[in-house]
Write a protein that binds this ligand. Structure first.
Ligand SMILES: C[S@@+](CC[C@H](N)C(=O)[O-])C[C@H]1O[C@@H](n2cnc3c(N)ncnc32)[C@H](O)[C@@H]1O
Length: 203
């Protein structure tokens, strides 16, 4: 899908993402992963700021990135509401230029599904994160249940067309083929949801 079309798709979904901020199931997982963030945090695909309530706000300085102007506006409102120290960059992750080793923590939640080449994106996280930093991911992907994964593969073209997000990404495979080193991993909902605590590897 062309980038401009994808951006418009996300611009239009801002209300849906604002409503998802109160999703209780997601809230538990967000809390579990986001409370580990510290220091200079880069949150990629920040969306409507759904993770902001779960940061330890006295210990983080967040840089939120998103290519959707509507999402950035919504995230700014959320940052002010939840009183988190945040600045924002409206940019495509594929074009974003940041210094290597410049963040203590990289956060991505429910976003790997949208990137054209998620392994390339994960390898950017690897470079941007300080060598003693942490990469925190909460992602969704292909279930280990063959019936569910069959359904996910079948509906993916339509799902992507409607939402801009792939529901058939193999998260295990993506992480294994990236430069990240997994410290801890938890899976939920027949392995559709992954919580991942990882470290960068210096090559
Ligand atoms: C599925 S939403 C997830 C939002 C949020 N992280 C959450 O947990 O609710 C994906 C977000 O990533 C953004 N996004 C998708 N592709 C992107 C890209 N290439 N560069 C920057 N942002 C992107 C979208 O605009 C959207 O806000």
């Amino acid at each position: 899908m062309k980038k401009e079309k994808l951006i418009k798709k996300y611009d239009k979904q801002v209300k849906i993402y604002e409503n998802k901020r109160t999703n209780q199931k997601l809230a538990g997982w967000r809390n579990k992963i986001i409370k580990n963030a510290y220091g200079k945090v880069l949150e990629v695909g920040v969306g409507a700021g759904a993770n902001f309530p779960y940061y330890d706000r006295d210990n983080v300085e967040i840089t939120g990135v998103d290519f959707s102007s509507e999402m950035i506006q919504s995230a700014k409102r959320a940052a002010s509401h939840f009183q988190v120290n945040a600045e924002f960059i409206q940019e495509d992750i594929d074009e974003l230029v940041l210094e290597d080793n410049s963040f203590d923590c990289i956060v991505s939640t429910l976003s790997l599904c949208s990137y054209p080449d998620p392994i390339v994106t994960l390898n950017k996280f690897n470079k941007w994160c300080r060598k003693d930093g942490i990469i925190l991911l909460m992602e969704h992907g292909l279930s280990s249940n063959i019936f569910l994964s069959f359904g996910q593969k079948m509906i993916d073209p339509l799902h992507t067309k409607i939402s801009g997000c792939h529901c058939n990404r193999n998260i295990n495979m993506l992480i294994e083929n990236s430069n990240l080193q997994v410290d801890h991993i938890e899976r939920y909902w027949s392995d559709i949801i992954y919580l991942i605590w990882a470290k960068p590897i210096r090559l």
